[in-house]
Each structure stands twice: as C-alpha cells, then as structure tokens.
Design a protein around this ligand. Structure first.
Ligand code: CA
Ligand code: CA
Length: 483
C-alpha cells in the first residue's frame, strides 16, 4: 500500500516554485549572531554592545535569547567576533551567514532606527522583544500586494506624500486617487491627518530609503473621504464611499471610525461588500469599554467579512483606551505610539495612538494575504489571520482569538509534496528560506500529531523521510508554520 499525501487547509496544490531567497540589503550589511552566557549577564552584554557601538536587530526569545547584531560601520567582522568571544559574555559569536534568517530589513530610515516597533520589536524604547507582527520574517515570504486595492474610508489621504504617492490607486478614468463623499467628486485631499496616518501604516512605500515601511511595501491605496477636517461625518457619506470602493475594485476596506449606534444602512452596504468578496477591517474603538456589553459599530456588525481590531502596546498589553470583548473584537494589533505619514507636508511624519492604527495594521496584513490567496472568501482569509495570532495572556478573554496579529504566521504556508520514486518515502517541504516548519501526520484525518519540526535551507527547502511509514497502511501529512 502506498502512502497518500494530502494537502490540507489551504496549502497550495502541489509544489509551487519558490523564487529563492530574497537577498536584499546585503551589500555592506554586516551582522553577527551571539548567545548570552546566561540571563544574569545580559545587562553586561548590552553595555558591551554600547561600547562597541553594536546594535541589536533582533532577539530570539525561545532559543537562548540569541541576538542578531549589526556591527558599527567600519569594524572588521573578524575583530568583532574575536572581541565578543573573548568577552566572557557570550556562549558563541558567529557571522550571520544566512542573511534571510534575520528577515528582510528594508532601507526606510524610521524602520531601521527602531521607531517602527510594531514591525520589529527587539526591545528598543523599553519594549518587549518580539511584541510585534514579525514584519521582516513575513516579508521574507511576501512584501508586495501590488494588485490589491485597499480603500481607506476616512478623512482622505495626502496622496502627494513622498512615501505614499507611489502606492496610490489611480482611477483609470481620470487618474485621481479616490473619492470624496462630501462633494461627490474625486478629490480625497486629507484636511485632518487621520486617513493619511492610516495610509502609511497600511502601505507606505517600503525599502525606498524614505520615511517608514508600510505593512505592505507595494499596494494600491484608494482614498475615500467622508470625515471632515474635525474627523466627523455621516453614515450616508460613509455609505457612498463604501459603494465607490466596492464598485471600483477595492479588495479590502478599512473603517477606522464608529459609534454606539447600529445602522441598518451601513450594515447593508457591508453586506454587498461581503457578496463581492471584500474584507472589511474595522477599529474596535477607544472607549476602554467591553464592546460585548456596550457595542461599537461598524466593528460590531455581525458579518463574517468584518474583522474587528483592538490596539496593543509595545509590551504586548492591551492599550489603555482600547475597547475589547470576546464576542465583538477579533484580535489585537499594534496601536500605540505608531509612527506614520502626516498630512502636514510631503515629508511629514507623526506618532499616533488608537485602535484606528491597529485596524490599519490588520488591513495591511489582509492586503498581503489577499495577494497570496486571491480566491479565498473573506471569512477564510480572516480565519487564516485569526489562527495565526500570537496568543498572549493579556489578550485572553479580551478578544475572540486571544492574540495579537502575527503576519509571518499568517503568510508562511509551506507547500508539501511527495518526491516520486523515492525509497524510503520522502516529502519535500518548500517555503521561505531558513524558516521553521512543522510536519504533522495522521492515519484517521481526525487526530494530527507533529512528526518533525525543522528549518528549511537557504533556498527554502527541506526533505523529510518518514521511517515509521513501513508499518503504517496509510498516512496523511500536512505542514504549517513552526515555532
Ligand atoms: Ca519579531
Ligand atoms: Ca518608505
């Protein structure tokens, strides 16, 4: 009896060719890996880094707190390794041979200086290492959603901004970047700032050496204005924006606003969006309230294409004013001290707090996921997002998923395929380079157990042999993101 390979839960049919490692920014980038001797000497090690002008790029908390370090300019890598080895503070120090293991680090200055903790939190500014959405690891898998249109139904967007202009949607009819529900025209200029800030979070142009990196480095931002310069507006104008977005090709709609009053008309507009396969991301609101008891709409509308996001902090806590609710909030995402594009100038940036920012972060994640899974219905796409969260104590009993967005886990779906004529039986797992995956097996399609956890090579491949197979009549396999 032969083995059966089953590809389950959205894993691609068969082997999809992987483009190979994306080796970006390797020119001149010199990184090393060190592991602290023990917890007690981490502080001394940090002083050693400061003296050496070394910067911590990333910490692997589950793996002995291995640190990825960037050396100061001009320091020979061999000398740096020798001095760390001689310091008595590290178990090992080695070159970071596989650049992609540290993820894809874009050239945007405010990503590189650590301001964008939501994408890569290595403990900067007293944050908790890895309280982030794992941006660099996710971008190893996918950083472009260039075919995906994200409509921001809000105060408009400063579409001339240096870090947004390249990612604006353009109306094929007149080259305008959106719609204005207040005037009925096509000029969505932002006279408030809220929408421009959301736009940068979702899709500021990544790796362009300017400003920040959006969650999606390439995407099409459709600006739909209905909130006035004070940030207020009417449901009717929101509906005309939602209709413009729906009938002009939006794949994702971001709604970072709301109130206590349920609207049948808004609900109806979003039902049509659902029918057309549009994912709607909505902010949970900023009243520090349990929205299971005190509802907030449109986030609280019960449609399976709406995902409601609360705001989390750099310590992986619930932001102090964020709403929450097991039945009404789906997940948390970074929404405090979020640095993004400002409407005050084409090179202006500003930091803001709120579930609005969390919603935009989730909308950017949905854009990348939609680029990867063009045919997945909205509920399936949202399900992928919620299954991939990092569950943390602070979010348990505060939202349906019990966790905070993790973009890598959402995107990182390895393909698994049987190698023909191999004896013993072999499987090939292909995914992102140097990523950890777990293979699970079952004989009854009900109970799955992990049979191996391993890391792909520099080309994203890993061959797996299953020795016990000879004693099993039939086995099914699947692969998913590892630890
Ligand atoms: Ca991380
Ligand atoms: Ca940028």
């Amino acid at each position: 009896m032969g083995a059966v390979v089953m590809l389950t839960s959205g894993f691609g049919p068969g082997l999809s060719p992987h483009p190979g490692p994306l080796l970006k920014g390797t020119g001149g980038a010199r990184r090393i890996l060190v592991m602290p001797v023990d917890e007690a000497r981490v502080a001394a090690l940090e002083r050693f880094h400061a003296a050496a002008k070394t910067r911590i790029l990333r910490v692997f908390p589950g793996q002995g707190s291995v640190q990825v370090l960037e050396l100061s300019a001009g320091e020979p890598i061999e000398e740096a390794l020798a001095s760390y080895r001689a310091s008595g503070l590290v178990r090992f120090a080695e070159p970071d041979y596989a650049v992609s293991a540290a993820g894809l680090l874009p050239s945007d200055p405010h990503f590189q200086d650590g301001t964008q903790w939501s994408l890569n939190n290595y403990g900067q500014s007293s944050g908790l290492p890895d309280a982030d959405i794992d941006g660099p690891e996710a971008w190893d898998v996918r950083w472009s959603a260039s075919n995906v249109v994200v409509a921001i139904v809000d105060t408009g967007v400063r579409h001339t901004h240096e870090d947004l202009a390249g990612n604006m949607w353009r109306n094929p009819a007149d080259n305008t970047p959106g719609f204005n529900g207040l005037t009925g025209g096509h000029d969505p200029w932002d006279d408030n700032g809220h929408g421009t800030h959301l736009a940068g979070i979702i899709g500021a142009v990544g790796d362009n050496g300017l400003g920040i990196a959006g969650v999606a480095w390439r995407v099409q931002i459709m600006a739909c204005k209905f909130l006035d310069s004070t940030g207020n507006g009417y449901n009717s104008d929101a509906i005309s924006c939602i209709e413009f977005a729906r009938t002009n090709g939006a794949n994702i709609i971001n709604l970072s606003w709301g109130g206590p009053d349920y609207s049948d008309a808004v609900s109806n507009a979003l039902w049509f969006a659902r029918r057309d396969g549009i994912v709607v991301v909505a902010a949970a609101g900023n009243n520090a309230a349990n929205t299971d008891l005190i509802p907030f709409y449109p986030a609280g509308i019960r449609l399976d294409n709406i995902v409601a996001a609360g705001a989390s902090t750099r310590l992986d806590g619930v932001w102090i004013l964020s709403n929450y609710g097991v039945a009404s909030v789906d997940l948390f995402a970074p929404g405090a001290a979020i640095y993004s594009t400002a409407n005050t100038g084409d090179s202006a940036y500003v930091s803001q707090d709120g579930s609005s920012m969390a919603s935009a972060c989730v909308a950017g994640a949905c854009a990348l996921l939609r680029a990867q899974e063009p045919a997945l219905p909205p509920a399936g796409l949202i399900g992928r997002l919620l299954a991939a969260v990092d569950k943390k104590p602070a979010f348990a009993n505060k939202c349906a998923s019990g966790g905070r967005l993790n973009l890598r886990r959402a995107l990182d779906r390895p393909a698994i395929t049987a190698l023909p004529n191999a004896s013993p039986f072999e499987l090939l797992v292909t995914g992102a380079p140097q990523h950890w995956y777990v293979i699970e097996a079952t004989t009854n399609l009900a109970t799955w157990s992990a049979v191996q956890t391993n890391r792909t090579d520099a080309f994203g491949a890993w061959t797996f042999t299953d020795p016990p197979l000879t004693s099993q009549p039939l086995r099914f396999y699947r692969a998913g993101p590892g630890p």
